[in-house]
Design a binder for this molecule. Structure first.
Ligand code: SAM
Length: 347
């Protein structure tokens, strides 16, 4: 793999990979969080993510089985992964996803999901019982007709019902809003208003230009612009403490029950504290959302690789993580750009 070490960032204190059982990179960061994409299929067709006809979905036998995922989960738990987030594609669209949640719930104290919520209400109680602790609901608009335009499916009522089900149960809930100029940027303040009386965080995400989306460069609003727009309506919006290694900048309107986050997914200003690793539905481990060079684990699993061998390869792979998403893009992207859809990487 082509690795570059930005001068001055290489720490002498990093343990030798052969002697450690944790995932450190050469920039002094420890990886403790896995984003696990379980399928590339989705029941929506969000314009910024996928074309109307979908993408070239992976054949089922190319997806990691639940058994293979749990084998890797054991290896990764042994390497210090503490939190796992299920994503995709739509994770709840994978058959018998409850079985995987059960298995992961027995291994990780923090188990999260990013979902459009359409399939959530009927299985929420069981998912909570099986250890799914944190719920991020993707909802880009509060208007049903606009929801149908953005997602190409008339499912606003189902996603809203999922939000109500989550709030009724008092579980940790966040709404993810991809901000698109000229589409939903007139609703930013309406989303913040949801946090006045609800125990809910709303997080605004910079739109990323993925090739399989609809070339959404023209829709981009930066984290700085988003904050300025929010402060037009809420001038008292103030920085708030957030989790260490957070991917979002945190704010709160004084007196409001919930919080506001801004995720600089494209500006990549929070890479310095990144603690994340990604596993695609086909079993490729990626150090970054902007990676194109991953560690192919599926052939190793299917060839019967043992836990220790897998662990050693993963430790070495994570050591090679680049300092920032900009570095990753510059070093790993092929000429002309080769971004896939978020649905095959895992958002
Ligand atoms: N289907 C699930 C959902 O809707 O939450 C999980 C997968 S989805 C790819 C994960 C997150 O990525 C969603 O919040 C989605 O809005 C976001 N996303 C997808 N494409 C994006 C893009 N081009 N820019 C920014 N966020 C994107």
């Amino acid at each position: 793999m082509n690795q570059s070490q930005p001068p001055g960032l290489l720490k002498n204190t990093i343990p030798n990979s052969a002697t450690i059982n944790a995932l450190f990179d050469t920039h002094g960061r420890q990886t403790t969080y896995l984003r696990l994409a379980v399928t590339d299929r989705c029941n929506l067709r969000c314009r910024y993510c996928m074309p109307a006809e979908g993408i070239d979905f992976a054949p089922r036998d190319e997806l990691l089985s639940y058994e293979e995922i749990l084998t890797l989960a054991d290896v990764l738990a042994g390497l210090g992964i503490e939190k796992v987030r299920l994503t995709g594609g739509e994770p709840l669209a994978r058959r018998d996803i409850g079985l995987l949640v059960q298995g992961l719930g027995q291994r990780f104290r923090k188990l999260a999901i990013t979902t459009n919520g359409i399939l959530l209400p009927g299985q929420l109680d069981q998912l909570i019982a099986d250890g799914l602790t944190n719920y991020n609901l993707s909802l880009d608009t509060l208007q049903a007709a606009k929801f149908a335009r953005i997602t190409r499916r008339d499912e606003f009522a189902a996603t809203w019902a999922a939000l109500e089900a989550l709030l009724a149960r008092g579980v940790n809930t966040k709404i993810n809003v991809v901000v698109m100029q000229g589409s939903n940027d007139d609703e930013l303040a309406d989303f913040v208003a949801l946090t006045e009386h609800r125990a809910l965080d709303v997080r605004f995400i910079e739109a990323m230009p993925f090739n399989d989306g609809d070339g959404n460069h023209h829709l981009f609003l930066s984290a700085t612009d988003i904050l300025a727009r929010l402060r037009e309506r809420y001038p008292t919006l103030a920085p708030a403490p957030g989790e260490a290694n957070a991917s979002a900048l945190h704010y709160r309107v004084p007196g409001f029950r919930g919080g506001v986050g801004i995720i600089p997914a494209y500006s990549r200003s929070l890479c310095g504290s990144c603690n994340r690793l990604r596993l695609t539905p086909k079993g490729t481990l990626l150090n970054c959302l902007y990676s194109t060079q991953g560690l192919e684990l599926r052939p190793l699993l299917r060839a019967g690789a043992g836990g220790e061998d897998l662990a050693a390869l993963i430790v070495d792979f994570v050591r090679g993580k680049h300092a920032t998403g900009h570095d990753t893009e510059r070093i790993e992207q092929v000429a002309g750009g080769a971004f896939a859809s978020m649905t095959s990487i895992g958002g």
